[in-house]
Design a protein around this ligand. Sequence first.
Ligand code: C2E
Ligand code: MG
Ligand code: MG
Ligand code: MG
Length: 277
Amino acid sequence: QAKKAGRNTMRFFDPRMQQSLSARLALELELRKAIEKDQFQLYYQIQVDETHRPLGAEALLRWMHPEHGLMAPAEFIPMAEETGLIVPIGWWVLETACTQLKAWEKDPLTRNLVLSINVSAKQFHQPDFVDQVQAAVDHYGIDPALLKLELTESILLENVDTTIKRMSALKKTGVGFSLDDFGTGYSSLQYLKRLPLDQLKIDQSFMQEITSDSSDMAIVSTIIAMAQSMQMGVIAEGVETEEQRQLLLRKGCNHFQGYLFSKPVPVEQFEKLLHRG
Ligand code: C2E
Ligand code: MG
Ligand code: MG
Ligand code: MG
C-alpha cells in the first residue's frame, strides 16, 4: 500500500515514504537484471481429472531474490507490468515452458502433460506475439497441443477484433487457450462465443464459499453450464477441500487445480509427485 502511494503522490517530508520510494527504485533496478542473472524460476502446479489422473500443470513464476528470498508474482508482477518488463519476462516464461515440455517428451509419465502459461495483456498485445509463440514452438520442436495460453478477460475485451485474429492464428498452429480467473470480469456469452477458447478456468474466489454460499454455487454452476453449451472444457482453480471437489464434480466440472492436490512446486518436486502416483 505504501509502495503504491509513493508512486503516485509526492510526499517529500515523510522519511518512510522516501525510503519506500528508494526501496522501490532498487527493486526495479534488480528486476531489470533478474533475467540475465538467472533469478527467475517456474513452479509447477498439477491439474488433475476426476480420477486424480494428472492432465498437466500451470507454470507459475517465482523470483529468487538474493536478499528477499523467494518472491511471489504479487510482489513483482505489478511493477513488471508498469515498467514494461513483463514483456521480456513473458518471453522468458514462454521459452522456459517450451524447454520443459521438450524435456518431458522423454518420460512416458510426463510426455502427455499440457503446460499452461500465464500471458499478460502487455505481452499479448505486442505486434509480434503470434510470431514469437510460433517461433518458440518451432525452435524447441514441441507439440503445440501441449502448450496452453492462459488469458484474462481484460486482455480479450481490449481490441476485440485483433484479439480474435491473434487467437485464431495461434489456434491454427495447435496452441490451446484457457480463460483465467473466469467469473470475475464482464464477458458476455455473445462475446465468448466468438473466441476460439478451449477452456474456462473458474476463478478461485468462488471456491472459498462454494460449499456455504448459494449465490457462489449458482455462479459456478452457470459457468460450468456455459462451458458445456459452448463445447469448451472447464477447470476449477483454488480447490482446497474434498467437499469442494465433490460439489464441483456433481455440477459437471471434472478438471481441478488447487492445494488439495498440490501447491505449485519446483520441477524436481513436481516430477517426484508424478512418480509417486
Ligand atoms: P493465476 O494465474 O490465477 O494462478 C493461480 C494462483 O492461485 C497462483 O498464485 C497459485 O499458487 C494460487 N493457488 C493455486 N491453488 C490454490 C489454492 O488451492 N488455494 C489458494 N489460496 N491459492 C491457490 P501465484 O503463483 O502467487 O500467482 C498469482 C498470479 O500471478 C497468477 O494468478 C497470475 O495471474 C500471475 N502470474 C503467475 N505467473 C505468471 C507469469 O509467468 N506471467 C504472468 N504474466 N503472470 C503470472
Ligand atoms: Mg493462471
Ligand atoms: Mg487464475
Ligand atoms: Mg486467480
